[in-house]
Ligand binder design. Structure first.
Ligand SMILES: [Zn+2]
Length: 376
């Protein structure tokens, strides 16, 4: 294998600190996108924004930047540009080798660690003479609010031989090899309204139907590969009215594609039969949020990343997640995809932090994957 070109740790950290200071709530990623576009264009990428803003409503499209390769093959590096609340006015501080937020905000390492590492990988490859495949950075909008940017991507934008989604927490070396298929539902219970004091016999309570249904549903970790949840409940209009309507929302997920359909059918049956038994009805509307993916340990992309981990002195560990990410959407386009741990800890909370050395490891890992791909 060729010698790995070294990343520039100071430049990487400066990029990261710069990006976390830029506000980028979901829907307003424009300023962050401009910084990334500028850096990538300067490194020699051809940069464009897709037309997804029409669909997502963001102030910018997904950013697609391509660094031409010196050998065949395409490596896709994906990260998202939006951050969760409270994420405005982030002021980073470095304490004991960790970057944290000084104020009452998140840090935004989720996912600016991914953006910064991808940019550093591109810069490193561009300025070195090492052979490398084409590297495509795909930086999405509105990941945190339902993978909206990724869902609006044109499949040609993510076409490649391998895709690394730089967006999992935990120490670098972590490789997400499976994530669930995820369905959500809205269940509307229909009963019959009646005066609660005068003619309760005439009423059919939609709230009681919903309650009965919920107690019968299996929720939580329903098996090793599957979860289910009831997320919200609302209904009724006044204490003296037997409720004519109630709405319950929830979800189910499974790594096993067939199992999630089975769970969905069971949940729907439970919801409907509880309504029927009490003289009402229930409409259930399902939405497929995203498809899952599941790679075997001997999949070539897993072997590729494992090898690259070894190259940079990281201990590779594969794991399964119960959450979704842009990796789910990209994998569904047929691109061999894994999500990688980026070193961020405590994500979506105000004690979010990342070790400076983890950020470096992540950038080096991306470079190592690119170099390994060029070795064929
Ligand atoms: Zn994220």
């Amino acid at each position: 294998m060729s010698e790995l070109p070294p990343v520039d740790p100071d430049r990487l950290l400066a990029t990261f600190l710069d990006l976390v200071r830029v506000d980028s709530p979901s829907g307003s990623e424009g300023a962050c996108a401009s910084r990334c576009a500028e850096a990538l264009a300067e490194a020699g990428c051809e940069v464009f924004f897709d037309d997804s803003a029409r669909v997502t409503g963001s102030d910018v499209g997904n950013l697609i930047a391509t660094l031409p390769g010196t050998v065949p093959g395409v490596l896709v590096l994906s990260a998202h540009m939006d951050c969760v609340d409270p994420g405005l006015g982030v002021e980073p501080v470095i304490e004991d080798g960790h970057v944290r937020s000084a104020g009452p905000t998140i840090l935004g390492a989720d996912d600016k660690a991914g953006l910064a590492a991808a940019i550093e990988c591109v810069r490193t490859l561009a300025e070195s003479s090492v052979a490398h495949p084409t590297v495509k950075c795909v930086f999405t909008v509105q990941e945190e609010v339902g993978l909206k940017g990724a869902k609006a991507l044109d499949p040609s934008s993510v076409a490649g031989d391998a895709c690394l989604v730089l967006d999992a927490d935990g120490a670098p070396g972590g490789i997400v090899v499976a994530a669930p298929t995820h369905y959500t539902f809205v269940a509307d219970f229909h009963g019959v309204a009646a005066h609660a004091g005068v003619s309760p016999e005439d009423g059919r309570s939609a709230i009681v139907m919903a309650a009965e249904a919920i107690t019968r549903l299996s929720v939580g970790r329903v098996d090793e590969l599957s979860t289910a949840n009831v997320g919200t409940i609302e209904g009724g209009s006044a204490t003296n009215v037997i409720a004519a309507r109630a709405r319950v929302t929830g979800e189910c997920r499974s790594i096993d594609r067939a199992r999630v359909e089975e769970l969905r059918a069971q949940m729907e049956h439970t919801l409907k039969s509880a309504a029927h038994e009490r003289g009402g009805s229930c409409d259930v509307r399902w939405n497929l949020e995203y498809e899952g993916f599941s790679l075997s340990e001997d999949a070539s992309i897993v072997a590729l990343v494992r090898g690259a981990c070894e190259d940079v002195g990281l201990v590779a560990r594969t794991f399964v997640t119960g959450g979704g990410s842009d990796a789910n959407v990209i994998a569904a386009h047929g691109v061999p995809t894994v999500a990688l741990s980026c070193g961020m800890e405590g994500v979506h909370g105000t004690d979010e932090h990342i070790e400076v050395s983890a950020l470096e490891s992540l950038a080096r890992l991306c470079v190592a994957v690119a170099v390994r791909m060029s070795a064929g």
